[in-house]
Design a protein around this ligand. Sequence first.
Ligand code: 7TS
Length: 406
Amino acid sequence: MDVKAVRDEFPILHQEVNGHPLVYLDSSATSQKPIKVIEKLDEYYRGYNSNVHRGVHTLGTKATDEYEGAREKVRRFIHASSTQEVIFTRGTTTAINTVAASYGRANLSEGDEVVITPMEHHSNIIPWQQIVKETGATLKYIPLQSDGTILLEDVQKTVTSKTKIVAVMHVSNVLGTINPVKEIAQIAHKQGAVMLVDGAQSAPHMKIDVQDLDADFYAFSGHKMCGPTGIGVLYGKKALLEKMEPVEFGGEMIDFVNLYDSTWKELPWKFEGGTPIIGGAVGLGAAIDFLTDIGLDEIKEHEEKLASYAMKEMNKVDGMTIYGPEHRAGLVTFNLSDVHPHDLATVLDAEGIAVRAGHHCAQPLMRWLEVSATARASFYLYNTEEDIDKLVAGLKTTKEYFGDVF
Ligand code: 7TS
């Protein structure tokens, strides 16, 4: 992969921040957007902005073709067997909430269990907390190993015949742990449970084959994979989605509306109430083209190299604590001595280096790590070893800056 050529595709990276060239190390929060995606949005809004699936005029037909064309791109990207299994949502959060509210509400009752892990993002915890409260079911956690991984034998112990739903993140946004979701799905299925994979941090960074994973549901966000904000995907197996009730009503998701009851369109539209996220989907289609042209295997390899280089270099900084396993995705979460991560991020920002500080929407995991917050540097296809060198230099400056205090 020619990183220089990749970087040229991202206009935002070529600017100075606080008098320094921008070093963007916050792609796990949201990725930057390549020219092709920006231009596609421009083309859509300038050329054929129109509502979809309504009327017969030319712009509407073009918008519908592009919107449904983007769905086919998503289908290929995750290797779903049909576009009926690809539902456009606002993002991962909405996708998981849809499964909890629809599948969860219909299939959980007292005595049933939902199994998740303590490393989940809040978006894969709270929907389950809420639905188990409502249905009388119980929430159970697969324990973590001290390096932030999970053991399949613990999955086997936690998932029982009472389990109806297992919901696990593919890649941790804090620890970088890559969870064995395929094997977890096998265990879930043996017990008759369905498996939801939170793919927010995997879809942007590695090849995904939902059929190979045998995930019943797989959720991800466009904005973390070079696409626009406000668009995401819920993949679901057709046989399950067909039996599920929509959670949003109105707009084009209907078939017939009578005075006192209504019927729904077929999949996937029955889950897309209101005017869909047309521009977002069209932009996501362009992002998928961009990523597949480069190659997900190349992107993964590049990020793995960056992660191991970052671990090696960052560990040389005095007072460094890095969280998570050795083998990891392209991110490093850390603390530096007693410097508060927010102070650390502020000093780095003065050097033009963008990292994230806080609880990363994973408060239970922060408590498990026995910290209130951490800093995190996360990498994507446009990052370089030079970015990491600048980060490490910035960390040394931070140490010097706070040296008298600690
Ligand atoms: N699941 C995981 C694993 C995530 O990392 C995130 C966002 C979400 C779900 C929610 O995605 P959304 O697009 O619906 O908001 N993670 C982060 C992060 O790590 N920093 O900011 C957002």
